[in-house]
Design a protein around this ligand. Structure first.
Ligand code: ADP
Length: 499
């Protein structure tokens, strides 16, 4: 039996590789940042060749650190930035344009037209998504319309489309395999999540030829093997899932009602809703969870755009702290924020408000407001935004959220986690491994090749590092939440009244 499972974690700002052992321990890892390309305000691109070369180099580095041979790797699992769109030539493997990154707003006008055409309700019903420029559909259409000759070549079957998982698998197999998994397909805004197939009406609407699309398989599936010249021998590629779905799997949220929140740059709350796709009335999106068979589970997802990024802002722009962990010390030095609220709507508000025009605001400042209050208000804003997601989840699924599993860089902040527990009344559980995105991809790959026998065996690996229980009195909690809602309202009014 080979020793490790390799997880390739292709994120928005860096490519990472982690080798995991059977207990789910990280044995070796390597990470490399790569170039962000901003051709115009609001436009974001990556060079697909750099995505591939950085990912390959960290894989080789992680293997080199523990002198792993290709025979030591039982399988490869991939997790990736979602929605990012790449089109390339099937013969040469050459991209026809840079990758258009999920954050890129260049197709916002196209989406206004989608809404004017009344297609947003079709999109919601078939794909579970809110019509938005984040998702792949309008990005593919943009490339086909704006790159000379692309539309004709696509119609002749000369081009291939892929999200980043598909692009990596194509390159790892030297063009032998053109595939994606259900979780990534569900973020393209072209995939019928109920019938589990590409939706012809949406393809026609965006004028995208079906010939360019990859096959769609379960997230845990033997897609193919690496070409011999990549790692010196064949390694099975047998796991793929979008980053947030991979994290849900890595947190072992296999049962209906189990949920996790990832505290990174932004926050993503996902709840497994079992084999029913639940349609949201509260601004959540419905998505396919990473599943081990064609019989997929679904998830409800809520997103906060600015979470850990607000802490980076305190450090880099406000220069109030030297490091992110220092925020916890400042927060502990005051009893509360002294009535101050900060809404970090730096790039609009996500779930449940979906207001792209809202901007950041600080309210409740008095002569006694100190730097400590300001820092605490910023950190608390992360917890309030997650409270809003949990509240939306509770309404849509008619549940009272009792337990939340957490991960991501900012989940290490004990003050934040305690406040999160206080404000939501939920029991917060932080596992020993907070690299759950990569771990989820590894589990999916390992399950497909028998490295792990079943979900039960994987659950044994999940270890709690620390738990947080709510301690705040109800009355105080309600008062604080009420203040937060007023502050959000102020941020929205401020944007609404812009001339
Ligand atoms: P991503 O994957 O989105 O890059 P990570 O999961 O690596 O994010 O988490 C990094 C984010 O977490 C940064 O925005 C950083 O400001 C924040 N962060 C890291 N440590 C702390 C901390 N101790 N307290 C608060 N925020 C933190």
């Amino acid at each position: 039996m080979s020793k490790y499972i390799m997880a390739l974690d292709q994120g928005t700002t860096s490519s990472r590789c982690i080798l995991f052992d059977k207990k789910g321990n990280s044995i070796s890892s390597a990470q490399k940042e790569y170039t962000q390309i901003f051709p115009k305000p609001g436009w974001v691109e990556h060079d697909p060749m750099e995505i591939w070369s950085s990912q390959l180099s960290v894989a080789v580095e992680a293997m080199g650190k523990v002198r792993a041979h290709y025979t030591d790797i039982a399988a490869i699992g991939i997790t990736n930035q979602r929605e990012t769109t790449i089109l390339w030539d099937r013969k040469t493997g050459e991209p026809v344009y840079n990758a258009i990154v999920w954050q890129c707003r260049r197709t916002a006008d196209r989406i206004e037209k989608v809404k004017a055409d009344g297609m947003d309700s079709v999109i919601k019903q078939r794909t579970g998504l809110v019509a938005d420029a984040y998702f792949s559909a309008s990005k593919i259409a943009w490339i086909l319309e704006n790159v000379e000759g692309a539309k004709e070549r696509a119609k002749k079957g000369e081009l291939a489309f892929g999200t980043v998982d598909t692009w990596l698998i194509w390159n790892l197999t030297k063009g032998a395999v053109h595939v994606t998994d259900y979780s990534n397909a569900s973020r393209t805004m072209l995939f019928d999540i109920h019938k589990k197939c590409w939706d012809q009406e949406l393809l026609d609407y965006f004028d995208i030829p079906a010939l360019i699309l990859p096959e769609v398989k379960p997230s845990s599936f033997l897609y193919g093997k690496t070409s011999v010249d990549v790692f010196g021998g064949e390694i099975p590629i047998s796991g793929a899932a979008g980053d947030q779905q991979a994290a849900l799997f890595g947190q072992c949220c296999f049962q209906q009602g189990e949920m996790k929140n990832t505290y990174g740059t932004g926050c993503f709350l996902l709840m497994n809703t079992g084999n029913v796709p639940v349609e949201s009335n509260c601004g959540l999106v419905t998505t396919i969870a990473a599943s081990i068979s064609d019989d997929v589970d679904y998830a409800l997802e809520g997103s906060v755009f600015v979470a850990g990024a607000a802490v980076q802002w305190l450090r880099d722009e406000m220069r109030m702290v030297r490091s992110a962990p220092q925020t916890a010390e400042y927060c502990e030095q005051v009893e509360d924020t002294g009535g101050v609220y900060l809404v970090p709507a730096f790039s609009g508000l996500g779930t449940p408000y979906w207001n792209p025009y809202a901007r950041g605001i600080t309210v409740g400042i008095t002569r006694g407001t100190s730097k400590e209050h300001f820092i605490r208000a910023t950190v608390e804003s992360i917890a309030y935004q997650v409270y809003d997601l949990i509240e939306a989840m509770g309404k849509d699924f008619q549940i009272h959220v009792k337990e939340l599993r957490v991960d991501g860089g900012a989940s290490i902040n004990d003050f934040l986690m305690q406040f999160q527990s206080d404000i939501t009344g939920a029991h917060i559980i932080r596992p020993a491994c907070i690299e759950t995105t990569a771990l989820g991809a590894a589990y999916l790959a390992g399950l497909a090749v028998g490295y792990w026998a079943d979900l039960e065996e994987i659950k044994q690996n999940w270890q709690i590092s620390r738990e947080f229980q709510p301690e705040m009195e109800e009355e105080k909690k309600h008062k604080l939440i009420k203040g937060w809602k007023r502050a959000v309202k102020a941020a929205i009014v401020w944007a609404d009244e812009e001339e």
